[in-house]
Design a protein around this ligand. Structure first.
Ligand code: ADE
Ligand code: ZN
Length: 340
């Protein structure tokens, strides 16, 4: 039976997957202050409100500066657990039933925090999320592209004892001036280990970086990818191969990748046949979790019921779970849609 619920109700309640989420970007100011306090670290903001008020950015780098500063208060395994668990509670509220989570080990190891503390804390929350909230997840380890190739190799080596906890590797941080080609060799080694590969490309960087990520890093998903719309030939290839894009609308607005939500290319991407998905990127910093991303974009560019359903199904189809798990999740979506 088709009950024709409102678009907002559909968005709010449909079971979702999230494929582009930096765990360090889910650090809400309240938790940040609490962890700073218990670790005896002083932060250059007077209050939670003052910190939140600083979340206004002109570009990616301005955001990254605050994001790394925030991450500086994370020291112990428990801190990483608390951060990750807090995200899963938000995920549950947002009806996320599967999440593929980025973490940036170098952000922590370069401050002297052990790789073990980072991954053990995150991993324990992943296990609890499955057991207590019924949310499945995967971990994707990102290299900071503004650090050296050598540091990326070192990070890959540190991850070896935890190989089974990591589904793939990614590439994030300051894009312009740090092309995918810089990491061709470390991505090749990761692929030999059986790791899947993704990369941020075409967020601030040009279409050429998207092409490099595809051709040199052999990525199976493109994180952001907005700028592929600038290059018809590249666009055609991405559509033909149905390479998924993990699009992050509120992030794009806050980092001025788009100047106005009405200009967001999400609907155009779908029209052009791209396999787009909707994600929250760094929700604590960009003012909204996945449902807010859907709702704000739907209002601004006029998404309809069928668009939402396509976007949600794309996320499950583009996820790194088995075909069996995919069809189980996709039937849950179909069942929800049939009753709404
Ligand atoms: N690290 C966290 N969020 C990021 C983004 N949107 N782009 C690049 N690096 C990031
Ligand atoms: Zn990102």
């Amino acid at each position: 039976m088709h009950k024709n619920i409102s678009l907002t109700d559909l968005i709010t309640n449909i079971p979702k997957a999230e494929l582009h989420l930096h765990i360090e970007g889910t650090f809400e100011p309240e938790l940040l202050f609490a962890i700073a306090h218990r670790n005896n670290i002083s932060i250059p903001f007077e209050s939670v409100d003052a910190l939140r008020a600083a979340y206004s950015f002109n570009n990616l780098q301005e955001f990254l500066n605050l994001y790394y500063q925030g991450a500086d208060v994370l020291l112990h395994e428990q801190d990483f657990y608390d951060l990750t668990w807090a995200y899963f509670l938000k995920a549950k509220e947002n009806k996320i039933i599967h999440s593929e989570i980025f973490f940036d080990p170098q952000t922590h190891t370069k401050r002297g925090v052990s790789f073990d503390a980072v991954i053990n804390g995150i991993r324990k929350a992943l296990v609890d999320a499955q057991d207590k909230l019924g949310i499945s997840s995967r971990l994707i380890m990102c290299f900071l592209r503004d650090m050296s190739e050598e540091s990326a190799f070192e990070t890959l080596n540190q991850a070896l004892p935890y190989r089974d906890w990591i589904i793939g590797i990614g590439l994030d941080s300051a894009e312009v001036g740090n092309p995918p080609s810089k990491f061709e060799r470390v991505f090749a080694e990761a692929r030999e280990l059986g790791l899947l590969t993704v990369a941020h490309a075409g967020e601030e960087g040009p279409a050429e970086y998207v092409r490099e990520a595809l051709n040199l890093l052999n990525i199976t998903r493109i994180d952001h990818g907005n700028r592929c719309l600038d290059d018809d030939e590249l666009l055609k290839e991405i559509v033909a191969k149905q390479i998924p894009l993990t699009v992050c609308p509120l992030s794009n607005l806050k980092l001025r990748v788009v100047m106005d939500m009405k200009d967001h290319p999400l609907k155009t991407m779908l029209k052009k046949g791209l396999m787009a998905t909707v994600n929250s990127d760094d929700p604590a910093y960009f003012g909204g979790y996945i449902n807010d991303n859907f709702i704000t974009t739907a209002e601004a560019v006029g998404l309809e019921r069928e668009h939402i359903i396509t976007l949600v199904k794309n996320s499950f189809a583009a996820s790194f779970i088995s075909e069996e798990e995919k069809s189980k999740y996709l039937s849950l979506v179909d069942e929800f849609v049939a009753n709404s």
